[in-house]
Ligand binder design. Structure first.
Ligand SMILES: [Ca+2]
Ligand SMILES: [Ca+2]
Length: 269
């Protein structure tokens, strides 16, 4: 990794604090703006048993909804990722999650310079394996440069560290990884999808977020307070929404509820 500036956590910037304070002088009860309530075309159909609920009742309803799905094999992920993560500006390429680079679809593999299958919920956190199940769930698997994927390893997500070689905007330190700003919310929504989808009522571990880093092989991923912040600062964009739709229409027949309704993150956690 090249020498690079060390970045310190910036969970709340001075600028935000000052501007909030100034706003407080001129307007009553101004607080950090949570993700706005949204309505989608699926509210009266796919989400009809979840709309209006909060807390564990919402989480339970969403678990039932998203658990009805088609499952892919590990090998089938290669071709699926070429569709779900296609570069909108170049249909011969995929966009790599953490580096943001556009790379030829044909460079899938395990050599330096290739892209491979990054498990955003790290395989070791709850022993996902690559058998059909959470370890092959397309909702949290993204193309990434082989070397960058290896640097992320099984680290939890948090802010801070040094710039990751091969990317200009992702950071890492000894126990955590910070994705580039444009995908911070994507990462948060993928982790929280996994928490709702996998509740320990099948052959797999009950996956849950917590507010720690260094979770190792435990079925947890952190840091929840940071993921919640990322969900708000990076709302779903056209790329993420298209991806959710393609997975629903063409592969798994289930949706990531937090892409459709980012405000459900706060409603549950
Ligand atoms: Ca994003
Ligand atoms: Ca769970």
């Amino acid at each position: 990794m090249a020498a690079s500036p060390v970045r310190t956590p910036r969970r709340k910037t001075l600028a935000l604090t000052v501007s909030t304070a100034l706003l407080a002088l001129t307007a009553p009860a101004v607080t950090a703006t949570p993700a706005a309530a949204t309505t989608t075309a699926y509210d009266s159909t796919y989400y009809r048993n979840a709309v209006g609920k909060t807390g564990t009742s919402l989480k339970s309803a969403l678990h039932t909804i998203v658990s009805s799905q088609t499952k892919l094999s590990y090998s089938a992920l290669w071709e699926a990722l070429k569709v779900t993560d296609q570069d909108p500006a170049n249909s011969a390429n995929v966009v790599l999650l953490y580096s943001g680079k556009s790379r030829s679809k044909s460079l899938n593999g395990g050599d330096v310079g290739d892209w491979n299958r990054e498990h955003v919920w790290a395989i070791s956190h709850g022993d996902l394996t690559t058998s059909t199940g959470p370890g092959t769930d397309l909702h949290h698997i993204r193309p990434e440069d082989v070397t960058v994927n290896s640097i992320r390893g099984n680290k939890d997500f948090d802010e801070g560290g040094s710039a990751v070689g091969g990317t200009s905007t992702s950071y890492t330190d000894s126990d955590s990884f910070e994705p580039r700003d444009a995908v911070k919310g994507d990462v948060a929504r993928m982790i929280l999808y996994m928490a709702v989808r996998y509740e320990g009522d099948d052959a797999w571990a009950d996956l849950e977020p917590n507010d720690k880093v260094g979770n190792g092989s435990n079925p947890y991923t952190g840091r929840l307070s940071v993921l919640k912040q990322w969900n708000e600062q990076d709302p779903p964009d056209a790329f993420e929404e298209r991806r959710n739709q393609v997975i629903y229409d063409s592969y798994q027949k289930n949706r990531n509820p937090f892409i459709d309704h980012p405000e459900w993150v706060e409603a549950i956690w």
